[in-house]
Write a protein that binds this ligand. Structure first.
Ligand SMILES: C[S@@+](CC[C@H](N)C(=O)[O-])C[C@H]1O[C@@H](n2cnc3c(N)ncnc32)[C@H](O)[C@@H]1O
Length: 206
């Protein structure tokens, strides 16, 4: 694939891109997660975390750094995630919309999860309504998984593209979590339609 020069120049100038290179994160997206973790403390040492749509592994590295050696992080993607050096990190190939993937996740986890994080994105078509609808569907699949594998009080962090289905999705998240925040991290480009939803404190029953 030939990338346009202007795009390559802009990427090299980008603060988070350079920081990710320096700190050996696989993607600048790591800082979107870390920024929100530092502010809301929804991932903690020793936590069991499931990372949906995890390739190439930037969030996986950032989550592992946060939960440390006593924690456990499982990455899921339908693309291969290259192995991470640290112990207690596992990656599987799977489509998060498929029931067999949920089954596999449950088999691997050492316990119920403390947090489910999801940066899952569809291949963008460029047609706004289509991309928004696909993204919301993937965010819903992430919520279904979270509802099945989180412990009571557990946390959920998910990327969504803004659009007319956004409010309905927020209402669904509110059914499951005591506190819900809508966040645009600094590391997320202003021109990007992405926004993040943080559900804290999984409720007892919906
Ligand atoms: C923006 S990338 C994730 C970047 C990652 N958080 C990081 O920091 O490296 C979105 C990922 O979602 C994955 N994806 C999209 N649809 C999926 C699905 N149905 N099941 C599993 N993964 C999916 C894509 O393969 C892609 O790797």
């Amino acid at each position: 694939m030939i990338l346009p020069n202007a795009w390559l120049r802009e990427r090299k100038r980008d603060y988070y891109y350079r920081k990710a290179k320096e700190e050996k994160y696989r993607s600048r997206a790591s800082y979107k997660l870390l920024e929100v973790v530092w502010k809301y403390h929804f991932l903690n040492e020793g936590d069991v975390v499931v990372d949906l749509g995890a390739a190439p592994g930037g969030w996986l590295q950032a989550a592992r750094k946060t939960v440390g050696g006593e924690g456990f992080v499982l990455g899921v993607d339908f693309n291969i995630i290259q192995p991470v050096e640290e112990a207690n990190v596992c990656a599987i190939i799977g489509d998060i919309t498929q029931p067999e993937t949920i089954k596999k996740i449950k088999e691997i986890l050492p316990s119920l999860a403390d947090a489910v994080i999801s940066d899952v994105s569809p291949n963008v078509s460029g047609v706004w309504e289509v991309d928004h609808a696909r993204q919301i569907e993937l965010a819903r699949s992430s919520l279904v998984i979270a509802a099945e594998i989180l412990r009571l009080g557990g946390n959920f962090f998910v990327k969504v593209f803004q659009g007319d289905m956004f409010d309905d999705f927020i209402s669904e998240v509110k059914n499951y979590f005591r506190r819900v925040k809508i966040i645009k991290p600094k590391a997320s480009r202003a021109k990007s339609a992405e926004i993040f939803v943080l559900g804290m404190g999984m409720k007892e029953s919906q």
